[in-house]
Write a protein that binds this ligand. Structure first.
Ligand code: NAG
Ligand code: NAG
Ligand code: NAG
Ligand code: FE2
Length: 455
């Protein structure tokens, strides 16, 4: 929903105490409420959208994983004018003795024409190694670096950041700056990037500013992309009849490597995690490409190699906020039993501009004609995290349903990000951080016990 007005009538939020013995942990609705008003996007001339100096200098630099195992990285950037799609790189600063070439594209959207968008894949990289890379030439050259993940294996610890629905307001900036001070090594991004479509004619200049904003992180570590509803940009009234045009041109994903036929759903392995990215806004009914792919995909996961099974999608399957309430229901009915059978550890979603964590529950008994249609505790079920609280222009989703459902463990209407620290094959520490607090304060935290090795 574009430019939705969020009515922040803050009901008194109370501790929901579950008296029912089936779920014996009380849910918490945090009393913490951030200020109500949505903050606007930062102005186009903000220093956080800084354009690098020099003739045709590369900008909007971002990385994502480039293969299935984590030994390749896709480097993407934009130049205002045509330029070769070349990355030089190496193992020490200033010694760029390797070269990789890729491709260049651009697109038009209504009366906007993009810059030249370059995508280059660096392949056969060593594990757990710092690589230095250079883009551009002579006075316009820019240097960056990234660290490759450890080899895929059951005992490779790794730390993921989790961010959703970021946008480009001062709140977005706060989320990003908090994340930059975190130990996160790779971002699991759960969709809705720039919010350019909240502007008249989907002003795609806001895709460029967003690319420059997140460069401070995304040029130095991979962001794993999930498409949200703000990426659809379906605007037939102004002649834009295709979908995901800007997103697909700007953000590459390694979908071929996982046998997917669409950049919008794919999987990667990274350290001890197997990450499946799904598209809430691509067909998912029985027999559709995404359905067929996901069925085969879940069968491929070997938990003795990658103990941690993580799923990303934009629209949450469990959400007790009034905002986007029940929107994920058809997706849940289609796939929840698969996730439970596969013992998925955790599902991250965005979309709702607030934070929520569930207990391990499932509702797979629901089959229309019986009466068993309520979530019940289920040790095989994932924990569902809604983390669409990056801080975009639409503001906070401040009205939760009351009373807090038994399945909801913690919910709070604040902006922030989360960190998932995978320690070993049995333990992972997850914590959510609200922007109002300094680095050491944790808003919500949870020790995950692996569903395959420790449940
Ligand atoms: C990038 O590295 C090259 C080669 O070492 C160096 O000449 C150049 O000054 C560096 N550029 C920046 C912006 O650091
Ligand atoms: C695109 O069209 C809109 C509406 O007519 C106008 O405000 C904007 O300046 C135009 N942009 C370009 C790049 O021509
Ligand atoms: C796994 O990590 C947890 C938490 O750090 C720790 O308590 C446990 O002993 C570790 N297990 C092994 C086998 O090292
Ligand atoms: Fe969304």
């Amino acid at each position: 929903m574009k430019a939705s007005v969020i009515i922040c009538t803050f009901a008194v939020l109370i501790l929901g105490i579950a008296l029912d013995v089936k779920v014996c942990i009380a849910g918490i609705t945090s009393k913490y409420i951030r200020r109500i008003e949505a903050s606007g996007d930062m102005p186009l001339d903000s220093p956080h959208f800084y354009v690098p100096p020099g003739y045709n200098a590369p900008q909007q630099v971002h990385l994502t994983q480039g293969d299935h195992e984590g030994q390749a990285v896709i480097v993407s950037w934009v130049t205002p004018l045509p330029a070769p799609s070349i990355v030089t790189y190496g193992l020490s600063k200033g010694h760029y003795d390797h070269i990789a070439t890729g491709s260049c594209t651009y697109y038009e959207y209504y009366n906007y024409t993009s810059g030249y968008i370059h995508h280059v894949t660096l392949e056969k990289l060593k594990s757990d190694t710092t690589y230095y890379y250079q883009l551009g030439f002579e006075a316009s050259a820019r240097n960056f670096s990234f660290i490759t993940p450890p080899e895929v294996g059951p005992d490779s610890p790794y730390t993921f950041g989790v961010i959703g629905d970021l946008g480009q307001t001062y709140d977005s900036l706060s989320t990003l700056q908090h994340y930059l001070n975190s130990p996160g090594q790779t971002v699991l991004y759960v969709g809705d990037l720039s919010y350019a479509d909240d502007y008249p004619f989907d002003n795609n200049i806001r895709w460029d500013t967003w690319g420059r904003l997140v460069e401070s992180s995304a040029a130095y570590q991979p962001w794993i992309w999930t498409a949200g509803n703000h990426e659809i940009e379906f605007s037939p009234a102004i002649g834009e009849k295709s979908t995901f045009k800007s997103f697909l041109h700007r953000y590459s994903t390694p979908y071929h490597a996982s046998g997917s036929t669409s950049p919008l759903f794919y999987s990667i392995k990274r350290a001890s995690a197997y990450i499946i990215v799904l598209s809430s806004y691509s067909a998912f009914a029985k027999y559709t490409p995404q359905w067929v792919w996901l069925q085969a995909e879940l069968a491929k996961v070997d938990r003795t190699v990658t103990p941690w099974l993580i799923v990303l999608m934009h629209c949450p399957l469990y959400n007790s906020n009034t905002y986007h309430y029940m929107e994920g229901e058809t997706f849940r009915v289609e796939f929840e039993s698969w996730f439970v059978n596969a013992k998925v550890d955790i599902i991250f979603a965005g979309h709702v501009h607030a934070y929520e964590r569930t207990h391990r529950i499932s509702n797979v008994m629901y089959n229309i004609i019986n009466k068993d249609c309520t979530p019940v505790p289920d040790d095989s079920a994932p924990v569902y995290i809604t983390i669409g609280d990056g801080g975009n222009i639409e503001g906070i989703a401040g009205v939760f349903t009351e009373p807090q459902p038994e399945y909801s463990a913690y919910r709070e209407a604040s902006f922030g990000h989360a960190i998932l620290e995978i320690k070993n094959r049995t333990h992972a520490y997850y914590y959510w951080h609200r922007n109002q607090d300094g680095k050491p304060a944790v808003g919500d935290s949870y020790w995950l016990l692996n569903r395959f090795h420790a449940a």
